[in-house]
Write a new protein. Structure first.
Length: 269
């Protein structure tokens, strides 16, 4: 039942701006305003989950987070600020908040710049904000996200830290999609006379990025044979070591990293 609610909520959040842009004649400014609100709201709801999970089921990952690609613990931090390796970044929640909210603030600046550029280029119809549509769109998005959040609360105590990490990564991924699309859009608007096409591409890319989160991730225990055959023919810095060996080591290190983040947290451990 929870999976059905999550799927319906996700599709609802996706559908609101898509429906507005393609069927309700929303302007580009109206659509982007709803997308920006969606990004900020998603971040805040994730922060709510992290805060409650940290309180209800404190794990080492909350306070001494070992990130992907850091399996050897080269950059490790503690919440009390004592240096282990690298510089302290406080908790997982605060570091996630700083990254995601900083990008959201930058997005706000970029959106303003895009709209000013469109107005300067004589396509003011795209920058007209219909605040009633913005309000309805944001309210609809918030409602879907709130239902999703409330459903998660029923099982949040039993979640592994890894589940929070995966959801946080998905949100940051969508934030990056918005950021890169805006950067590309600046170039598109500057060199073309088709700003409407830019907004259409933006909506499609954002939708595809969100839909990809619902697809199962393929993580085989062994690499594809064809990939190993190709890479084993290339020179590497460890003569005699096959690609399959590197793959197995990486899988082992990742399992150890995840297990370390899942350990119960004791403040003086």
């Amino acid at each position: 039942m929870n999976r059905v609610v999550h799927l319906v909520s996700m599709l609802g959040v996706i559908a609101v701006p898509v429906f507005g842009w393609f069927t309700q004649d929303w302007s580009g400014a109206t659509t982007l305003a709803v997308y920006w609100f969606e990004t900020v709201a998603a971040t805040l709801f994730i922060l709510g989950r992290i805060a409650l999970h940290q309180r209800w089921s404190p794990k080492r990952g909350h306070f001494d987070y070992n990130a992907p690609g850091n399996e050897d613990g080269r950059y490790r931090y503690t919440v009390n600020g004592r240096r282990r390796r690298g510089q302290p970044l406080s908790t997982y929640m605060s570091s996630f908040a700083v990254i995601s909210l900083s990008f959201s603030a930058v997005h706000g600046v970029f959106l303003g710049a895009v709209l000013l550029l469109l107005n300067h280029n004589g396509v003011g119809h795209l920058v007209q904000v219909d605040w009633r549509s913005v309000g309805l769109g944001c309210l609809s998005v918030f409602a879907f996200m709130a239902v999703d959040f409330l459903v998660d609360l029923t099982q949040l105590r039993t979640w592994p830290f890894r589940q929070l990490e995966q959801i946080g990564s998905q949100v940051l991924g969508r934030v990056m999609v918005v950021h890169m699309t805006l950067l590309i859009g600046f170039v598109a608007i500057a060199v073309t006379d088709a700003p409407t096409a830019f907004f259409g591409v933006f909506v499609v890319l954002k939708t595809m990025a969100q839909l990809s989160d619902a697809l199962p991730q393929w993580k085989p225990a062994r690499p594809p044979a064809w990939l190993g055959n190709i890479l084993n023919r290339l020179p590497n810095v460890h003569p005699g070591k096959k690609f399959e060996d590197f793959w197995a080591e990486e899988q082992t290190e990742e399992r150890q990293r995840v297990a370390g983040n899942e350990r119960p947290w004791h403040p003086h451990s």
